[in-house]
Ligand binder design. Structure first.
Ligand code: GDP
Length: 296
């Protein structure tokens, strides 16, 4: 189920509830069940759905509400608050400050859109007056450096990588040192991915993180991965201190629930959404407008 559909399903569950003559426990429970089904089909993790349902039940107890109350409005507000709560980990992520040197490391599985997103991120901040640079420490995927080089050249962003060095830790360290000397205030390090979570990937990430000392580690996740989102995000978070999430391919047939799950698993906010293959198809993410739009 795509995001727009999820919003529609929730809205129609609320509508159905308000159409009954008496909004009693049964009507509320039916509404909650329908919302649960919609969330599960959108790949929100089962655990999160359970928590959300039990919170809703506590907030919207028809026996406690006087007759004049608009129960549909109360339920709607409660659903809005719960979804915002899922997407808001309660602390903002680190944000780069112009003129203050910072290192941002990107992690994620192969194919998640990491390399593309690194350039989008650099391009976004360059438009804001930063001096970004890109380091390709992905030595695992053949062609990764060429791809980064091509993207960086198109966006006119300085880049660093190697065709001969096979140790990503050495490349990451040299790249960060080079760009620090060149006064880049936003040094972006692209790391290797794997097709699946593997111990070797996590060890490599830890080592790259140790030498580059990133101010922020961004976990990049493909929005279409479904119920696997929670476990995948958690596995990354357990290996390195992920501080923010970027969800890619929101333009496709994405099930939005993955985003909700990733936030819960990493306790880090979503900061951007990728909405296409091109450099400008990249949007800052704000919780409240996103949920408002979702619920129509
Ligand atoms: P990496 O292996 O994680 O570095 O992934 P890439 O950056 O190479 O991206 C994998 C594929 O996904 C490429 O074909 C990208 O063009 C595509 N891609 C990345 N982000 C998006 C997005 O937001 N929307 C769409 N439609 N495609 C994307």
């Amino acid at each position: 189920m795509v995001l727009a559909e999820l919003g529609g399903r929730i809205s129609s569950a609320l509508q159905k509830m308000s159409n009954v003559t008496v909004i009693d426990q049964k009507a509320v429970q039916e509404c909650i069940n329908e919302i649960n089904r919609a969330l599960l089909q959108s790949d929100v993790s089962f655990k999160l759905v359970q928590t959300l349902a039990s919170n809703l039940k506590k907030t919207v107890n028809p026996d406690d509400l006087a007759a004049g109350h608009n129960k549909r409005k109360i339920m709607q507000q409660a659903v809005f608050n719960e979804l915002c709560g899922l997407l808001d980990p309660g602390k903002p992520s680190y944000t780069p400050k112009k003129g203050k040197q910072c290192v941002v490391m990107f992690v994620g599985l192969q194919g998640s859109g990491k390399t593309t997103t690194c350039t989008k991120y650099a391009h976004y901040y360059r438009k804001k007056g930063f001096k970004p640079s890109l380091v390709c420490a992905d030595t695992f995927r053949a062609g990764a450096f060429d791809q980064l080089k091509q993207n960086a050249t198109k966006a006119n962003i300085p880049f660093f990588g190697s065709y001969t060095e096979t140790d990503p830790v050495v490349i990451a360290q040299s790249g960060v040192e080079k760009f620090k000397k060149e006064n880049s205030d936003l040094i972006i390090v692209d790391t290797s991915g794997r097709h699946k979570q593997e111990a070797s990937l996590f060890e490599e990430m830890r080592q790259v993180s140790e030498v580059t000392k990133p101010d922020l580690i961004i976990f990049v996740m493909d929005s279409s991965i479904g119920q696997a989102a929670f476990d995948q995000a958690q596995a990354f978070k357990q290996s390195v201190p992920v501080g923010a999430v970027i969800i890619t391919k929101m333009d496709g047939h994405a099930k939005g629930g993955g985003a909700l799950s990733a936030v819960a698993a990493t306790k880090s906010p979503v900061i951007f959404l990728g909405t296409g293959e091109h450099m400008d198809e990249f949007e800052p993410f704000d919780v409240k407008p996103f949920v408002s739009r979702l619920l129509g």
